[in-house]
Design a protein around this ligand. Sequence first.
Ligand code: ADP
Ligand code: MG
Length: 265
Amino acid sequence: MTAAVKIRLQDAEKRYASQQGEDVVALAPVNLEIKSGEFVCLVGPSGCGKTTLINLMAGFEKASAGTVTIDGRPVTGTDPDHIMIFQEYGLYPWRSVLGNVLFALEAKGLKGKEARAKAAEYVELVGLTKFIDSFPHQLSGGMRQRVAIARALAVEPSVLFLDEPFGALDAFTRMYLQDELLRLWQEKRPTVVFVTHDLDEAVYLGGRVVLMAPGPGRVQRVIDIPLPWPRERIGGSLGRYRRELFEEFHLVHQQASSESGGYDI
Ligand code: ADP
Ligand code: MG
């Protein structure tokens, strides 16, 4: 059975007016279909339009031209069924771990015992039961991001958007959370769109990797990685796809370096 298309972009582009009043193309027209339950990574250097693209899908930004649909309906704004996780956890500092997860459920109308039980279940799912009454400032960055993941998944979204969610974490914590996220994704099977600037992270996680390029931000190439999860980080069959992605990225890098203003750094 082939899964239904969940997210569809048709010639979706984004322009901004610069301070001089000229049009700046943040994202050249993108055509992309993401199937229900897919795990897609958007990867590329800084300024290539990753955040712009994910924001169009998540409804934080509106396309200047073209269309973006989810479940066949145009995206006109944010949706409680489509949850975004940012690099900066976005937890409420005055609420405990449980309180943070509860907040999301309450916002969805769940109340009382039922809400508490569900919140506790998701805290357990990310392995934080011992810290259920702790406050964000008492947790490490990795633990905070686990709370953010629990909070996002507790509402059982059909789409999970993540914009460089592990970018601020050390390499060990990042690897641990990558595996956690894959495990949760396999269990709950939301459609996942994951932004990263790390080619290895993209190859390790994605069923498909969308390589983006700057100047103007655009999709350079989409690479299928038809390997099951969990994958081997080193060696194994991932090497072939890793090489393919790095070679393509090398081309992007050469282009960007030879064009003035290619990189946004
Ligand atoms: P990435 O997330 O890949 O680093 P972004 O999507 O943030 O890239 O940015 C893509 C391009 O769009 C960049 O050149 C950036 O400067 C430009 N851009 C993003 N947001 C705005 C904005 N609000 N106004 C003007 N230009 C923007
Ligand atoms: Mg970004």
